[in-house]
Ligand binder design. Structure first.
Ligand code: DLL
Length: 433
């Protein structure tokens, strides 16, 4: 089902006109209302009137995660604060979260974007959506919730975790669509099998999955285990949350809601735009947002754009499923974690050296598991196992509160973590995705 054929199947030339008008509007708004952008524009000698066509976007400055961090919490607000009705956040590089503030209009954009997204995965008003994305500051739960309600489907706002209860509700309420991270979908299938429930006998017949990297192999496995169709959905807090792009029944690239979010692909080293079909860093400009609109945001995600028509009838540009990132951000159980956050936390814990190694694996359970190896200071490395155990527990609890994920800490002897001459290797990722 196509939720909004008027916009999703629009003549691309007509769409370009809309995009240009929206871009001009945005640039004027940012220049007038956000000192951060005005300074950047002035620094580069650009005025809003310099934007004549879509290609002129290349004259405009990029926005980075550091810019967002430095302007935490409300420095990038582009409207009076009393117009904000909701706030979401995700983790940032040094623990400062990335913030998205939504006006009522922005929530409506999100509703629309997510309705298109879920409809791409086959959701209709008759569906019962078991939504196991986290609710709270994370955008996953609320985003799917808004979209499903806009379509008129029934939502089971489960959030993540408590798998036994998930399965009970799924069975008792006859959920027909599943939304969660792909790894959690596999985990639930295994838990179901363990509890003697064949996931293929459940009424789930389709699902939308995202918020972390996954592969064609994982898709095939999820589809086989549940006997359903599994669709990739993409988004990020900085832009709106989920709803930026989504797969349709063709499962051949993710349709970008490009009347709302304007995509570019750049060479991450030079910042220069790359032609369609060439792999590079994905950059987004929010065309119609009011609360925290963003110009040329460097997502650090790597993909390429596909302009050829899709068999589903949508005319929007597609992006290939992600190939990875240009930075070292890890996604652990759907939570974004930067090794530098761990480093900053360790510096504050007495008895440890800022020498560490993060080992990520997907255990038997299919969920991400992290072992953090931390070097203990020489003077702290006593024979008193009690002291060391206390230190280990302290690190675990600091990490839990700073990163919002549980990890296992293993204390290791001083000087035992291999030193490297160049860029330190802090992460060993053994997950086979
Ligand atoms: O993960 C929003 C979201 C929620 C997307 C639910 C899809 C479903 P953040 O926490 O800000 O937002 O993380 C954004 O996660 O830049 C990607 O690196 C990664 N990511 C998101 N979707 C996918 C996907 C949400 N389908 C970051 N495949 C992004 C691979 C993804 N990586």
């Amino acid at each position: 089902m196509i939720f909004n054929p008027e916009y999703e199947c629009m003549d691309p030339e007509a769409r370009k006109k809309l995009q240009l008008a929206a871009l001009k509007n945005l640039v004027e708004m940012l220049y007038e209302r956000t000192p951060f952008y005005r300074e950047k524009f002035d620094g580069q000698g650009i005025k809003p009137r310099d934007i004549h066509n879509l290609g002129d976007i290349e004259k405009l400055p990029f926005t980075t995660k550091d810019d967002l961090r430095e302007n935490y919490p409300r420095g990038l607000l582009a409207c009076p604060q009393d117009r904000i009705v909701e706030v979401h956040m995700s983790s940032g590089t040094t623990g400062k979260p990335v913030v998205d503030e939504y006006t009522r209009h922005d929530i409506n954009i999100w509703r629309e974007a997510m309705a298109r997204t879920l409809a791409g995965g086959g959701c209709t008003g008759d569906d019962i959506v078991q939504n196991c994305f986290g609710y709270g500051l994370f955008t996953g739960g609320p985003g799917v919730h808004y979209g499903a309600m806009t379509i008129g489907a029934e939502v089971l706002p489960m959030s993540s975790g408590n798998t036994a209860r998930q399965l009970m509700v799924m069975q008792d309420f006859g959920a027909t669509m599943l939304t969660c991270t792909p790894s959690y979908a596999l985990y639930m299938a295994e838990e179901a099998a363990e509890a003697g429930v064949d996931p293929r006998k459940l009424s789930i017949n389709k699902g939308c999955f995202g918020a972390e990297p996954w592969s064609e192999n994982m898709r095939k496995e999820i589809e086989a285990r549940y006997g359903m169709k599994a669709y990739d959905i993409y988004g990020l807090t900085e832009i709106i949350g989920p709803g930026v792009s989504f797969e349709c029944e063709a499962q051949n690239g993710l349709h970008i809601n490009e009347d709302l979010f304007y995509p570019e692909i750049i060479n991450p080293e030079t910042g220069r735009s790359l032609p369609d079909g060439e792999k590079g860093e994905l950059v987004f400009t929010t065309l119609t947002k009011e609360g925290t609109p963003i110009l040329r945001y460097r997502t650090r995600d790597i993909t390429f754009l596909i302009r050829e028509p899709c068999s589903c009838g949508r005319t929007t540009v597609r992006m290939h499923r992600l190939f990875g990132r240009t930075d070292d951000m890890l996604i652990i159980r759907g939570v974004n974690v930067f090794p530098s956050q761990i480093e900053h936390a360790l510096i504050e814990i007495e008895g440890t050296e800022p020498q560490y190694l993060i080992v990520v694996d997907r255990g038997e359970s299919r969920l991400d598991e992290v072992e953090l190896q931390v070097e203990v200071k020489k003077e702290f490395f006593s024979d008193e196992t009690k002291d060391l155990e206390g230190l280990r527990k302290r690190i675990e609890s600091v990490m839990k509160s700073k990163l919002q994920i549980g990890l296992k800490v293993k204390l290791v002897e001083p000087k035992s973590i291999e030193r490297s001459i160049g860029k330190a290797k802090r992460v060993i990722d053994k997950r086979k995705i």
